[in-house]
Design a protein around this ligand. Sequence first.
Ligand SMILES: [Zn+2]
Length: 161
Amino acid sequence: MSFPGQKPSEWYDRSITPEDIKHTRSFVKEFGLKLRIKNVLGGGEVDYIDGIIIINPLYNVGIRNFLSTVFHELWHCICYQRGLYSNYHHEYRLMTRKETDKVRRIGLKAERFVDKKAGEMMSAYFPDVPYQFGYTGNKGKAWYYRYFLDKNYPAKQRKKK
Ligand SMILES: [Zn+2]
């Protein structure tokens, strides 16, 4: 799967077509997963129990963002299936303080691992579309802590004097 005749230097983004979604559906199916297009809080989400990759169309308007999010969420599912960063890739449930702290410790590392693998895989399938990394640098880190970790896995409240 690629866009023939296009070199990376000639890359330009374009909007997603119904064919893209159709192709992506059959692609994720090979991993035993389903694709759903639905408005969620961030760019994408996964439902490990039902094996569904959920892509938010509002955040993924171009093909580059769309594919990057699909491969990113796909790798979260692969991690779940293979037990990689298993403290991070689990079903939604109430977490103990200890488990929450663990997630806060390994979270960014797990996201960067997922980004790395997703980028490698995407460049094999779509060599002409550059993967969009989400968690690089201090900017990515700050975003992750503010919008994901602190919301879903808040730090222990310190008692104020
Ligand atoms: Zn992620």
